[in-house]
Ligand binder design. Structure first.
Ligand SMILES: C[S@@+](CC[C@H](N)C(=O)[O-])C[C@H]1O[C@@H](n2cnc3c(N)ncnc32)[C@H](O)[C@@H]1O
Length: 209
């Protein structure tokens, strides 16, 4: 399976519309967390099984990973988890996603693809337009979590988010992790790899004000 796909390729112009919350979750009123670039979704499977009082939605651009995750979801009959395939920027930019974003309590960007070359920065998932979109649609108090082991990418994401005056950094001690989407601090696959290899993790949390 390809490790990287170009999100700007026209293959992703057509999007998979996310059905309404009532169609995808057994209890659409639960808090909703969105994980962008969820790969095979193991992190979300762990979370959904542990925290049944949250709904989880993963978006991933590699189609086969989403197909496999959807199969696994059906086999296990998990009712608080859903996966969508496509470029998250395009999916969330669709008018029909507005209602989903309005209901999101938190979003995670865990170890997004770094796209090291400067001319490829535009392929990075966090872009000013995307943050604007989130800032216009997210409710006040919603949180954005970012994590990466690439310092330059961290600085880029941090600068992009804080350049939007509707987001400000919130200290970890000022949020109640117990009530968050990830009370037990479940780790993603990339995070486990980074920890096992003694690499540094750069992370920040932002609140919509
Ligand atoms: C380095 S992996 C990290 C996977 C996982 N979050 C983790 O921490 O283990 C980044 C993932 O983001 C996906 N991705 C990259 N750009 C994306 C986009 N624009 N929309 C949705 N998914 C994207 C990639 O296909 C890949 O699976």
């Amino acid at each position: 399976m390809r490790q990287h796909v170009n999100p700007l390729s026209k293959n992703f112009n057509e999007i998979e519309r996310i059905p309404s919350l009532i169609e995808i979750f057994s209890d659409p009123k639960l808090n909703l967390h969105l994980d962008i670039g969820c790969a095979a979704g193991e992190f979300l499977f762990d979370l959904a099984l542990e925290n049944t009082c949250w709904n989880y939605l993963g978006i991933e651009i590699r189609e086969q990973l989403v197909k496999n995750a959807k199969l696994k979801l059906r086999e296990r009959e998990i009712k608080n988890l859903y996966f969508a395939f496509g470029n998250a920027n395009n999916i969330l930019n669709d008018v029909q996603s507005e209602c989903i974003i309005k209901n999101v309590k938190s979003i995670s960007f865990n170890f997004p693809d770094p796209w090291f070359k400067k001319r490829h920065y535009k392929r990075r998932v966090i872009q000013p337009e995307f943050i604007n979109l989130l800032s216009n649609s997210l409710k006040r108090g919603s949180l954005i979590f970012i994590k990466t082991d690439v310092k330059n990418l961290f600085e880029y994401m941090d600068c992009t988010i804080t350049s939007n005056f509707n987001f400000k950094i919130i200290e970890e001690k000022d949020i109640s992790f117990f009530e968050s989407f990830n009370p037990n601090k479940v780790k993603t696959n990339r995070e486990k790899y980074v920890i096992d290899n003694g690499l540094e993790i750069f992370e920040e949390i932002y609140i919509k004000i």
